[in-house]
Design a binder for this molecule. Structure first.
Ligand SMILES: N[C@@H](CCC(=O)N[C@@H](CS)C(=O)NCC(=O)O)C(=O)O
Length: 212
């Protein structure tokens, strides 16, 4: 059954789903949604997803949104070894859930708070937004100390989510070079099959948007 992904390549949660699908070997039928022209507010889209957000998946009429939930579903259904990315062991799963919630509640909002004025109002973020992001990057860098991936030494669903969020900073060329654990983890992520391609598509779309 083909899975259609409604997405926008500039969106962090969309890239999280794309990275997950790529890693589990699932081919998605991609449909790009132009958020800037309000395509997600059209009646057809709202009929499918009243929350009017991407990513949204449609699997022969089975519709869902919320990237973290989508990734759990796709991994459960399509990965031959679903325990690899989302182990059943309670402590391991708890660590992954912790990082997914950390992204949802703290990390991603700090990035969006910093990026939104730059992308949508073409103005600098205020001092509070700058400080919130710097604090989160420092915290995340500490959380990565001694780990290969965000929830331990194994790749997990949380890496795609945090990877999607972190990738946003590339769009505006935010300098993260002083966060050595983040840099090392990001390099590890980009080296995974298919991930660099998603990153490059994001950068190309960002360049096109900035020159328009
Ligand atoms: N918590 C959601 C966030 C989805 C979200 O906010 N998507 C943005 C793009 S990054 C969007 O579609 N915004 C348009 C809207 O909500 O109207 C997820 O992880 O999927």
């Amino acid at each position: 059954m083909p899975v259609t992904l409604y997405h926008n390549i500039l969106s962090a949660p969309c890239r999280a789903v794309m990275m997950c699908a790529k890693t589990i070997g699932l081919d998605l039928e991609e449909k790009s949604v132009d958020l800037f022209s309000g395509e997600h507010m059209k009646p057809e889209f709202l009929a499918m997803n009243p929350c009017h957000c991407v990513p949204t998946i449609d699997e022969d009429g089975f519709i869902m949104w919320e990237s973290r939930a989508i990734n759990i579903y796709l991994n459960d259904k399509y990965c031959k070894t679903p325990e690899k990315l989302y182990p059943k062991n309670p402590e391991k799963r708890a660590q992954i859930n912790l990082m997914l919630q950390y992204d949802l509640c703290s990390f991603n909002p700090a990035i969006v708070g910093y990026m939104a004025p730059l992308l949508f109002a073409k103005k600098d973020p205020d001092e509070e937004a700058k400080k919130k992001l710097a604090d989160q990057l420092e915290t995340f860098d500490k959380m990565l100390e001694g780990k290969k991936y965000v929830a331990g030494n194994e790749l997990s669903l949380a890496d795609f989510t945090l990877g999607g969020s972190c990738g946003m900073l590339g769009i505006v060329g935010y300098d993260t070079s002083s966060y050595k654990n983040i840099v090392a983890w990001r390099d590890r992520m980009v080296a995974l099959p298919g991930i660099k391609d998603i990153q490059e598509r994001m950068m190309a779309a960002a360049a096109a948007m900035q020159s328009s």
